[in-house]
Design a protein around this ligand. Structure first.
Ligand code: GFB
Length: 313
């Protein structure tokens, strides 16, 4: 991407979209469009008008609602329709306005529940999905297929990527609907403040997940925007997987909560293991910069800072 290219990040208010925007600014991209726009990407007329006005050269498609395991169980229709609409509108308008290149971000839950691990792109579409997030995963798979279809029929350079479970600055720290890392940061912090004896962690603690810091993920997105041009998705990961128990203990240490962790096995575990085979990305020369421990510490610092700001309002 040329430094003065017109770049549109769809989903600037999302964890990943906001991290991509930060990374673009850090790397000297000056023509970032749409940052002051309040467009509803689920509304086709608004997306059409936006593309007609700004005609971006490059698009990062990191929009669409997402949530953790409970949010996926509670709002499958909302998550699915939002992601389908956003992807359809942005991908189609990118084609209509001859966008040079588009990167669509899918999700690791697009892989079949029982994929061989670490998950390879060849496992996509080979088996049943994890039921807790099936609706969202189908919408994400549709986004991948739509990009491939525009490439096949119109030769559009639309690429797709599958990130590991992302977390970081600007995350959603709600107790019920967020992903595990922000949820545990908040739970353990509040338990420390309230001098609680124990904290409840959902599930058995046995599932394993690979996580990626959103700022590292953003760096990988810019990296592949410059180097990757294939139809098949590319995995964005490369870290090690940890069990939810190990993760909870690490967050406990960082937060400084001295009570006990209680694992509630009546709550869902979700997929037993989600780790990505990122060898293609690593062979291209990308490496993540931030250790899990440092990334969680930064996210905790962000949480404390935003808590303070909320308290002063
Ligand atoms: O992050 P999470 O909601 O996403 O949960 P998934 C990961 C694991 O952490 C599950 C456990 O085994 C949860 O049961 N966990 C323990 C908790 N305590 C908590 C807690 O307080 N909150 C949360 N949220 N989890 C999501 C998908 O699955 O992954 C989405 O539902 C998306 O569709 C995302 O793809 C990347 O990894 O299980």
């Amino acid at each position: 991407m040329e430094k003065n290219a017109k770049i549109f990040v769809a989903g600037q208010d999302t964890l990943i979209g906001s991290a991509i925007l930060r990374q673009l600014k850090r790397n000297g991209y000056v023509n970032l469009i749409g940052s002051d726009q309040d467009i509803d990407l689920t509304d086709n007329a608004q997306v059409k008008a936006f593309f007609a006005t700004y005609s971006p050269d490059y698009v990062f498609l990191a929009a669409g609602k997402s949530g953790g395991i409970r949010a996926n169980q509670k709002y499958p229709a909302e998550l699915m329709i939002d992601n389908l609409l956003v992807a359809s509108h942005v991908i189609h308008q990118s084609y209509c306005h001859k966008v040079k290149k588009l990167l669509y971000l899918a999700s690791s839950c697009s892989y079949p529940k029982l994929s061989p691990q670490p998950m390879q792109v060849s496992s996509l579409w080979t088996g049943g999905l994890e039921t807790t997030n099936e609706a969202y995963a189908v919408a994400k798979l549709a986004g991948i297929k739509l990009c491939q279809a525009y490439r096949q029929q119109y030769n559009a350079n639309f690429i797709t990527a599958i990130p590991a479970n992302a977390f970081g600055l600007g995350d959603d720290f709600s107790l019920e609907d967020s992903h595990v890392i922000p949820a545990l940061i908040r739970k353990l912090h509040e338990a420390k403040e309230g001098k609680a004896d124990s904290v409840e962690i959902w599930g058995t603690g046995n599932p394993r997940r690979e996580f990626i810091f959103a700022d590292d993920l953003a760096d990988a997105c810019l990296f592949i925007m410059d180097r990757y041009n294939e139809s098949q998705p590319i995995n964005l990961g490369g870290g090690e997987d940890v069990s939810i128990r190990q993760l909870a203990e690490l967050i406990q240490l960082i937060v400084g909560f001295e009570g006990k962790l209680y694992f509630d096995a009546t709550k869902p575990d979700g997929m037993p293991l989600k780790a990505l085979d990122a060898s293609e990305l690593l062979e291209l020369g990308w490496k993540s910069q931030t250790s899990l421990q440092n990334a969680i510490s930064s996210t905790y610092a962000y949480f404390l800072q935003s808590n303070r700001e909320v308290a002063y309002v």
